[in-house]
Each structure stands twice: as C-alpha cells, then as structure tokens.
Design a protein around this ligand. Structure first.
Ligand code: UT7
Length: 335
C-alpha cells in the first residue's frame, strides 16, 4: 500500500466579536470590596466586555466565524467542520457548534463543542490540524466563544473581577508548506487540578436543584493562589517544551500569543523564553480573561495592529481548569 502524505495545516483567516457593553474596574468597585489599583497590579485588567442578558455563546461566536471566513475568502457552505471550545455553551445540548452552523449557513459542516477551559482553543486547533493534515476535512472553523458573565458570582471578588465575554475564530486549511503553517503542539491534562477551579453544579453529579442554586454551585469557583502557582510554571514550561523539541529557542520566536489569565503569568512565560514586551500580545487590559476565546481574540488584535507577518514564528500557549495546558508552534499564514 502506498504511504499517504500528510498535508500542511495553517490558519488562513481570523475574526472576533465582542459585546459593546464595557465594565470597568470602577464599575466593579460598586459590586464588591475591590479597587481599580489592586485589579490592575495583581492581574493587568482594566475593563472587560459583558454580553447582554440572554445572549449565548453562539451569538458572538457566529459573528467571529463569519469574519474569519471573510478574511480567508471562504464561504460558510464550504466549511467541513466546526469545533467550538467553550465552557459557556448556549445550552448543555445541543452543541453550540450546531447552533453556529445554522446561524452562519454552514450547511455542509458537522461539528462539536470541546470543553477544556482556557486551553480549549489549543486543543481544538490540534484537532482541526489533524483533520486538515489527513485530508479528512478541507476547511475547519475553530471558534472560541464565551459568556463568562453568565457563570460568575457577582458577589465573589475572587472571581468576578477576572473574566469577560467575547469570541474569536480561525479558519484552518491546507497551506503550501513553503508558506508556513502549524509545526507542532504539546498538550496535557491533570485531573488532580480539578479541585482548584470548577463549576460544581449543572452537570450529572450535581444536577440543578433549589439547593444547588442556594449553595451558589452554578458559578465559577477558583482557589486563585493554587491555580496561579501551577499556571505560572506550567505555561512557561510547555512553551519552552514545544520550542525545544523543534530545535528552536526564544531567539527564533517573533511573537508570543498567550492565554490572557493574568499579566504576571504572561510575564513569567515571556521571561522564561527571553522575549521583549513588543513580542507579546497582551489584551487582558481590555478584555479580561475570556477563557477559550482569549487566544483567537489576541490573534485578531495582533493582526489588526499589524504585528503578525507571513512566515513569522509564533507560539500560542495556555493553562486552565482541569488542569489543562498546551502550546502550539506555527508559522503565520494569515497576513
Ligand atoms: O484562566 C484559567 C486559569 N486561571 C488563572 O490562571 C488565575 C490564576 N490566579 C490568579 O491570577 C491570582 O491568584 C488572582 C488574580 C486570582 C489573585 O491574585 P493573588 O495575587 O493570588 O491574590 P491572593 O488571592 O493571594 O490575595 C492577596 C490579597 C488578599 O488579602 P490579604 O489576605 O493579603 O490581606 C486577598 O484577600 O488580596 C486580597 N484580594 C483582593 N483585594 C482586592 C483578593 N481578591 C481581591 C480583590 N480586590 N478582587
């Protein structure tokens, strides 16, 4: 049997969408015992976007997807597959991917949601890459979309100051290997981390009940300090790992596009691989932590600011609930 040759997968379009409503740190001062200075110093966040009540993840996800398709010069009906990493799907089921397919007119696509919290985009990107490399799919949309405001306890200053809403999408297609594309990815999980960052209720173990609502179990719960300890080491380590195993060092990297959970975690990764500030995309100041949407939104900002050039060596990295983590190495193909 003849050996099958793999194609090269690359990102060919990016798009984002986010709510108009801005919530500043000063707005939060009216809700919980906090202050603008603490939030900026400890996290880097100045403001975040908040979706209108009743808006699900599909709403901005669909808009982001259409923009990514437009950038790539592709039509919705050409899309083969839609993967939606999210922890805030419109409903438990059906998948938000189905709803977005319907909203954008992707009538020939199949798809699914993927739940890996802040690493969700990188996990989904790896799946999209495998589909395209093997020829199983030609055009795969990966749409990170979150309405984190729907699962926040607005009386808990440990969590409500951190997150925001928004969506970012990329189209993954086969590209000429001479142009670049996705080179490698390292991903991991460790369920022992589940005790530090979770939403207890609404799943099968603790279904919704009067008691679960009264106990505030439908909200994000985070042991911030514990997660910070793992994240600050984990994100830097996985970034270094994906570079090293491909024979690269920080000196080869043009741009780092990290998950936006905390500026101090981003800086630790930046320092570990020795990058200048202008080599890191930071959006946390304006969007907060948008979980699975943060990396594709940061890619959009990078493109809008003209900081992503064809062929640039780019590293994407994330750490999140699970624990989950990942880093993806690529050469940019969506200028
Ligand atoms: O994206 C998914 C993964 N998630 C993450 O990566 C998040 C990781 N964790 C973090 O980013 C940080 O742990 C936080 C930003 C959540 C918290 O920062 P921290 O530096 O770890 O603060 P802390 O929890 O150690 O609290 C320090 C102090 C405490 O006061 P005392 O005990 O020193 O008097 C807290 O009570 O800050 C106080 N504090 C606050 N003060 C004002 C905690 N939250 C707030 C607040 N406003 N919102």
């Amino acid at each position: 049997m003849a050996a099958r040759t793999l194609l090269t997968a690359g990102i060919t379009g990016v798009g984002m969408s986010y709510p108009d409503r801005i919530m500043t740190n000063h707005d939060l001062e009216k809700l919980v015992e906090t202050n603008d200075q603490w939030i900026i110093e400890r996290t880097g966040i100045r403001e975040r976007r908040i979706a209108d009540k009743g808006t699900g993840a599909s709403f901005h996800g669909a808009k982001a997807a259409l923009r990514a398709l437009e950038h790539a010069g592709a039509k919705p009906e050409e899309v083969d597959q839609i993967i939606v990493p999210t922890v805030t799907p419109d409903m438990v089921f059906p998948a938000t991917a189905c709803l977005i397919a319907d909203l954008i007119g992707a009538t020939n696509a199949w798809g699914y949601d993927l739940e890996a919290a802040c690493s969700g985009f990188l996990f989904a990107l790896q799946n999209a890459r495998a589909q395209v490399e093997t020829g199983a799919a030609a055009k795969v949309l990966v749409i990170g979309s979150e309405v984190m405001s729907a699962i926040l306890n607005w009386e808990d200053r440990n969590t409500c100051i951190l997150f925001g809403d928004g969506a970012g999408a990329v189209l993954v297609e086969s590209v000429d290997p001479g142009r670049g594309g996705i080179i490698d990815a390292v991903n991991g999980v460790d369920g022992k981390g589940a005790q530090f960052l979770y939403q207890t209720a609404g799943g099968s173990r603790v279904p919704a009940s009067v008691e679960s609502v009264q106990a505030r179990q439908h909200f994000v719960h985070q042991e911030g300090r514990e997660v910070f300890k793992f994240a600050v080491k984990g994100m830097a380590a996985v970034t270094e790992q994906v570079l090293a195993r491909n024979g690269f060092t920080g000196e080869d990297v043009k741009l780092l596009v990290p998950h936006q959970a905390n500026n101090r975690i981003i800086e630790a990764t930046q320092r570990r691989i020795g990058l200048r500030d202008d080599q890191v995309i930071v959006t946390i100041d304006r969007f907060g932590n948008t979980t699975a949407a943060s990396i594709p939104m940061a890619l959009c900002v990078g493109r809008e600011e003209g900081r992503l050039k064809e062929g640039d060596l780019v590293v994407l990295c994330a750490f999140g609930a699970g624990f989950t983590w990942g880093a993806t190495l690529l050469r940019w193909t969506a200028a």
